[in-house]
Ligand binder design. Sequence first.
Ligand code: FUB
Length: 657
Amino acid sequence: MEFYQKLTTACALGIFAIGANAQNPLVRNQFTADPTARVFNNRVFVYPSHDIISPVEPERKWFCMADYHMFSSSDLTEWNDHGVILSQEQVPWGNPKGYSMWAPDCVEHKGKYYFFFPNAPKTGRGFGIGVAIAQHPYGPYVPQEKNIEGVMGIDPCVLQAKDGNAYLFWGGGGIMSAKLKDNLLELDGKPAPVTGLPEGFKEGPFAFEANGKYYLSFPWVRKKKGDPDGKGGTIDNPTECLAYAMSDSPTGPWEFKGVIMDEHENGCWTNHHSIVQYNGQWYLFYHNNAYSPSFDKNRSICCDSLTFNADGTIQKVIPTLRGVGICDARKPLQIDRYSAIGGGAHIEFHDTLNCFQGWKTIFPANGAWVAYNKIELKDAGASNVCVKVKTTAKANLLLELSGKVKVTLPMPNTNGKWAEVNVPVKQIAAGVYDLKLTLKSKGEVEVDWITLADHPKEQYFTPATDAAMTPDEDGFIRRWMLLEPIDKPNRSNAVFTDTYLRTEFGKQYFTTQHSTTMPADGESVTVGNQTLKWHAVESNRFNVKLLRFAENYEKQIYGVLFWAVTVIDCPEEIKDVRLAVGSNSASMWWLNGEEAVLLSGDRRMVKDDCISPRLTLKKGRNILRGAVINGPGMSDFCVRFINEKGEPVKNVTIKTK
Ligand code: FUB
């Protein structure tokens, strides 16, 4: 209980859900690699490396990692990002600009959590391995002053053996091992290379115990350049597979047993893994470069089930897109992470310049299908199916649930734009199903996701049109260009003082931030390593629900900064108006480039919460711009102009172009 209370407290401090219905990859908003999964207090904690695009000029096209995030889950479908648990500037012995925080491990010992990590030392070359200690799996982790003496290398893994001892395994020039002292901070004896393993490059050891046997698993380049490929040719670019050896003792001798996962088909050079048992099932955590197909040092972690044979050997794991766990049918089911596909259906990135936008499924012709296994419909079942779809003609999709339910879903012509189409259906009973979606008409259909619900999903926005639009009957402005959220990982809103806000809103996040030219619908901007799109939208409510906007585009919803801009077109000059704003949380608004109003503090959205001094709306186009910042919480805003009598100004036209 105490543990979960702490976890709840930690939630308040900024743990962000990173998407329910995990499929592979597990983390969809940043690169993650080298996942070490551990079970503490019946929850799975994954400690990966955090690949980034090198900020060092000229860009280093190599592994680049400045810190560690940690992720946890109790059901392997809903993952929480606990944020940065350790960064390179915090390590006393490390190079604060080394970008070398490679594959880590974490173990519990006597009620404390020991995080082992490689890092570039302050002086000298190569890698040391250090330890940081915390009272909880999620930190805060305090690094030791010095790295472990006698250990030079990468990829630490700690095996807590049945003999009561802990053994450190690591990589670098083969696989090394040494007994640790009981403090887990020093070696108890000399390191020795692990013997009995096959020839070829090896790194990333993961040692564990299962069914009374010890296992040492490792990424392995099993063939040399020029080795026969078994098909009459030679291997040009040998890469890593995952392999393992077994022993009766944590110190060996090790007997090589075979391959757990073959080399990645797309040539991603590394793989790196861990193996863990959770609620009776074994899982293999590993990585690939799904979100970075052309640069394999920006990787993404995945998980699939692993099975032992009766004799203790391990069955080969075939990587899947679907991953593990039962997915909640009420949340978007990304069917591009399919269990099976056929009839010509295939997947494509939404945006090859920003792969984190994910994939869509293309049904090019009648008969194309996709299967997505293990979805759960809870409570009263569903009476509505919602499909995010894009078509250029009317179409029919056939939804089948485990052969028990068959419903035809008529899709309207969406004129080549994405639309969320709700289809009321005869009540579907609660249960766990395998889903299959088949195109049963001519013409091409693209599907982003599908959900089953007991009522139509509320639509908060519709795409903006060119039709003339005035403020609503209360004067609220509902047509906006909204930018997908900028990552601003505030853990609490207590920091939103005037000074903080003026500094943060005063920064330049992207070059066109204060341009008098309106952004185009779909235009991208680059903010740090994020590529974000502008969307022209009309809010179906007086308040613009930014959290729902972010959700629609499957963006992060907490720890965010939104930009909004619109054009107020006036038939004549209108003097002595005031801008009346409510926002959650803080926000700042500019009219024609001049600051109009600042809403500071941790706010809830209230109509006309803050009112600007008198302003003049000039004849013709006026640019109204706003920025809303929020840590945890529901981001939204409502904006209108009022006159001297407090009446809404409505005789203006609102445009996004
Ligand atoms: O992530 C950097 C390195 O790539 C790891 O330490 C290796 O195991 C390989 O995955």
